[in-house]
Design a protein around this ligand. Sequence first.
Ligand code: ADE
Length: 234
Amino acid sequence: MTSPWRATVLTLFPEMFPGPLGLSLAGKALAEQRWALNAIDIRGFAIDKHRSVDDTPSGGGAGMVMRADIAAAAIDAARASMLAGAPTLYLSPRGTPFTQAGARELAQAQGVILLCGRFEGVDERVLEARNVEEVSIGDYVLSGGELAAQVLIDACVRLLPGVAGNEGSLAEESFASGLLEYPHYTRPREWEGRTIPEVLLSGDHEKIARWRREQAEDITRARRPDLWEKHRKG
Ligand code: ADE
């Protein structure tokens, strides 16, 4: 068997992994070896007797900064353990936004190396010297990169061949077409006085497809004018 898609995570909290990635869809796929996970403790690359990985910011200011030499040693070890063709990403609110297109691209690579920060950040020189791309999962600040790494891994793993099972649902879901998804309904037919839209019970597949398309467009226009503009301009 060729080696499966692999996520190598560099973190000060390796116990946070697999965490939720060990359950449900991703967890089942992990057990089936459809992907592999390696959480490496950055502290293992410390070189002083206090095992320190951070230091005070040059120029002063609050917080601590992850040392370039320690982060570089961790990245080099991760790269040595991976097949070529796995980019190294640093999770940070300062990064370029992670998107569904980004997940698709990463899922097609050999895997990914993820550097998780704590503290104020990591010494900029290591990002330059090791060609590390900075990626954000959204415009809010988490207390570390680990949860962001888990979000990113989950988004990739569910796209791997054989993981999601129902490939049709991948094609229809939000963002696949650049639109948000239409609403879903199931039995009971009436619940708390609310009924299911008549068209969905009609059996007319063409009419149903048209209705879903219109719903997806209306929802996208109302909730995400940015996506709607992009979709409209093609
Ligand atoms: N680390 C802290 N906040 C983050 C965010 N929004 N995205 C990625 N990594 C982060």
